[in-house]
Design a protein around this ligand. Structure first.
Ligand code: SF4
Length: 279
């Protein structure tokens, strides 16, 4: 059994919180750059250039890419041959979030849902665990802004709605979102499972690097087809018109019940932040 000290988890999570909010991923930057030439709208081209400039300024001045530094969401793969010494892993992750958001001067956006009183340190984090073989811990962090989270939707389709119903729901969700999620967006789609599983796989789909499609060839084809259709909607960068509405559309599926067809569309903005560490 390998021993990992909880202090190390705290330190690494703190770093993840700060760095993911300051440095936009290379995959997002190169995708936005590649869209500049193809963008049909002159204003859209300018906005894409500004997004690149924004990421450069954030990096050079050590300031967040966006003022909304999000709710802290984690996907953790925990090897079954690891023991944590010290705090339990959930407490260690939350302590890392607390320290990262305080020391990194990141906005604390988490409130009680009813009283709206701020927890003042951006905790608690939303943490999804998966137990895997081996003696490693993989911690992936994805801060989630709510301009885009608020435009996400769940629909319990009927099995008879089929693939056409799924496509229609995804397209209508993106249309309805319009400029609100700060396009160009990244779209995570969950299909199947239960209500909770479907939302979880939609969120997980957002963790993929841009350009990484589903390994199932049928789903990959669907991802590419829907991405093309979305970019023909004309919403464009920041919703001001153009041909770059989305950078990626990632679908994850899970077997479901004979009587149901849950679909979740989880929208992320151009500040598609995610970073991981393996301990
Ligand atoms: S949706 Fe994204 S880019 Fe827009 S304000 Fe929120 S975090 Fe920032």
């Amino acid at each position: 059994m390998r021993i990992v000290k909880s202090d190390l988890i705290v330190e690494k999570v703190k770093q993840l919180c700060i760095e993911a909010n300051l440095y936009l991923g290379h995959d997002v930057i190169s995708c936005i750059k590649s869209k500049i030439e193809d963008e049909e709208s002159p204003l859209g081209k300018d906005i894409l250039k500004i997004l690149i400039e924004n990421a450069k300024i954030a990096k050079s001045k050590n300031i967040p890419i966006c003022q909304d530094t999000g709710m802290a969401v984690f996907f953790v793969k925990l090897g079954q041959d690891v023991a944590i010494n010290g705090e339990n892993i959930t407490d260690a992750i939350n302590e890392g979030v607390r320290q990262g958001y305080l020391d990194g001067y990141l906005r604390k956006s988490v409130v009680d849902p009813i009283t709206r009183i701020n927890t003042k340190d951006n905790t608690p984090a939303v943490i999804h665990y998966e137990i895997i073989k081996g003696d490693k811990i993989c911690i992936e962090f994805a801060p989630k802004g709510f301009g885009s989270e608020n435009m996400s939707r769940l629909k319990m389709l009927k099995p008879s709605d089929g693939i056409e119903g799924i496509k229609e729901f995804i397209l209508s969700t993106v249309k309805e979102a319009g400029s609100n999620p700060c396009p160009p967006i990244v779209i995570g789609v969950g299909i199947g499972g239960t209500v909770d599983k479907c939302a979880q796989i939609a969120k997980k789909a957002l963790l993929r690097n841009i350009g990484e499609n589903n390994k199932n060839s049928y789903i990959e084809k669907l991802e590419k087809e829907l991405l093309l259709e979305i970019n023909e909607l004309g919403i464009g960068p920041q919703g001001l018109g153009g041909s770059t509405t989305a950078l990626a559309l990632n679908i994850e599926t899970f077997p479901t019940h004979i009587a149901g067809l849950p679909v979740v569309v989880n929208i992320n903005c151009h500040a598609s932040r995610h970073m991981k560490v393996i301990l």
